[in-house]
Design a protein. Structure first.
Length: 262
């Protein structure tokens, strides 16, 4: 009579021991990483001078920090920051990068405010001289309680920003720049575009002729198409811009008013 062999589960038991050992090792490593003084934040580094207080981050474990959450909190205290990026520099430092907002216009209220393409006000100046940005006027009675770092959803401002955006994107308008935008209503906006009649008539060392301003009247709707019409008309009449009083695009067909027209 043959003796029956016991079927002892050697392989499953061995695998279980290995898994338990791995879990134990991972747990131990995690405990060391999250409790050791070696990985406590000792400093913040950046490519620029830091004017923000980061002392509350020092002494905290570098692995337990919620970098995404901290980035959002820092950005809230930085009106001119589009976003903030935090990264770990092992073993005990954090790297912070500020992605700044890009100014696209100045808005004249009780003082001059800088605004980005999203309608976020992030700075103010007393004097706009020297700032090469379109100046937006006429919003004094429509914008109140400006909070730096917050977006304004005022329809007139959003419309103005879309005009500036499409103007700057136009290849044909690359030689021109918006000087000022006067806001009446969304159906009555005036753009002032400086141009130089003698652009090619003087050398670099000569003083250019007096600056001329082209006035363009525009309304809401089909901004991309209207900017294309403006660029087409200006390039078509580029040798005759000095005789144009204004271009009006508020109606179905564009209207060109000449200075000598009765």
């Amino acid at each position: 009579m043959k003796r029956r062999k016991d079927n002892f589960p050697v392989r499953p038991l061995f695998l279980s021991i290995i898994i338990i050992a791995i879990i134990f090792i991972i747990g131990y490593i995690r405990k060391v990483l999250t409790t050791s003084d070696y990985f406590k934040v000792k400093g913040i580094i950046s490519r620029e001078e830091l004017n923000t207080d980061f002392s509350y981050l020092k002494g905290r474990n570098i692995f337990t920090l919620d970098l995404s959450g901290e980035s959002v909190n820092i950005a809230k205290k930085c009106p001119d920051c589009l976003r903030v990026r935090l990264a770990r520099v092992l073993p005990d430092h954090l790297f912070v990068e500020f992605i700044r907002r890009r100014p696209v216009a100045l808005v004249k209220l009780y003082r001059y405010f800088v605004v980005d393409q999203y309608g976020v006000f992030f700075g103010s100046v007393l004097n706009p001289d020297g700032l090469n940005l379109p100046l937006v006027t006429g919003l004094e009675t429509r914008l109140f309680g400006i909070t730096l770092g917050k977006r304004s959803a005022t329809k007139e401002l959003i419309l103005v920003l879309s005009i500036i955006k499409e103007f700057n994107k136009s290849f044909l308008m690359r030689d021109y720049q918006i000087r000022r935008i006067e806001v009446g209503t969304v159906e009555d906006i005036t753009i002032f575009i400086p141009f130089d009649l003698n652009k090619d008539a003087y050398s670099q060392w000569q003083v250019p002729a007096r600056e001329n301003i082209l006035e363009v009247r525009i309304s809401q709707g089909n901004i991309l198409e209207k900017i294309a019409v403006i660029s087409g008309l200006m390039n078509q009449e580029k040798h005759n811009l000095g005789n144009i009083k204004y271009i009006d695009l508020r109606f179905k067909e564009p209207v060109i008013k000449f200075k000598d027209a009765k």
